[in-house]
Design a protein. Structure first.
Ligand SMILES: C[S@@+](CC[C@H](N)C(=O)[O-])C[C@H]1O[C@@H](n2cnc3c(N)ncnc32)[C@H](O)[C@@H]1O
Length: 230
């Protein structure tokens, strides 16, 4: 039987193997910088910053970001790459941050998909609570429609189309990973104003025959009560 493994342990191993070391940032970084500039946000929280392929260009683009990640290895590698940011990195999850602290900008790139549906939704809601009034949340997350690879079993499927798999092979073997549907994210962000409306981003895999993976990308603004902007 495949039992769930700890995401922190899996990611520590991945980063030790060199994951993302030479990878360019995702193009969504440019959308985040543009949205932050439009709203005047200059500081924020990056949940699941990894070893920095996206955090570094965001910081170089003028944002003062607190980088948070459950992987000690990711934080160590990022601190080595950018000693100037070492004091702005934390190992842990959202619960490890001071209660009630919020930011004008919260960034989460490929992080909310960890765990099953209930755990993934809990992470989304915990991140939403970290956004200051009128602040932005920038999300890139696994989408249904992905050709899920490598071997896995589907462990849950909801009427809105969202589903969770448990990998039975590959680096994420034993890990539960959630794939969100459009309707599911619409529901989770029903009270938020879209700044960059939800859009799919498809990437063809390099290995022939393994298909594509799709990510949802979106930026929402926390509505201030009485101020239904956009
Ligand atoms: C797919 S990687 C993406 C890393 C980075 N955002 C990037 O795009 O390069 C997911 C990252 O999220 C981290 N992670 C997973 N669950 C987390 C949680 N609950 N809180 C903080 N980080 C988490 C993992 O350790 C890993 O570094």
């Amino acid at each position: 039987m495949n039992v769930p493994r700890s995401a922190a342990h899996v990611w520590d191993e991945e980063y030790r193997r060199g994951r993302y070391r030479d990878e360019p940032p995702v193009a969504f970084v440019a959308d985040i910088l543009a949205a932050a500039a439009r709203t005047g946000a200059t500081n924020g929280l990056y949940v699941g910053c990894g070893n920095g392929r996206n955090l570094m260009p965001l910081v170089d683009g003028g944002l003062d970001l607190l980088g948070l990640d459950i992987s000690a290895e990711a934080v160590r590698q990022l601190a080595d790459r950018r000693p100037d940011r070492a004091g702005r990195l934390r190992q842990g999850d959202l619960d490890s941050l001071p209660a009630g602290e919020t930011w004008p900008l919260v960034i989460a790139i490929q992080v909310f998909q960890h765990g099953n549906r209930e755990q993934a939704h809990r992470q989304v809601r915990a991140a939403q609570r970290r956004v200051a009034p009128d602040g932005l949340i920038c999300v890139r997350v696994n989408a249904v429609g992905t050709d899920v690879w490598p071997a896995h079993e589907v462990v849950e499927r909801a009427p809105d189309g969202g589903f969770t798999v448990r990998y039975t092979a590959g680096p994420k073997r034993g890990l539960d990973i959630h794939f969100f549907s459009h309707a599911e994210l619409d529901q989770l962000f029903a009270e938020w104003a879209p700044v960059l409306p939800l859009r799919p981003h498809r990437t063809e895999r390099d290995t022939p025959g393994t298909g594509q993976w799709t990510q949802w990308e979106a930026i929402w603004r926390r509505r201030v009560s009485g101020n239904r902007r956009e």
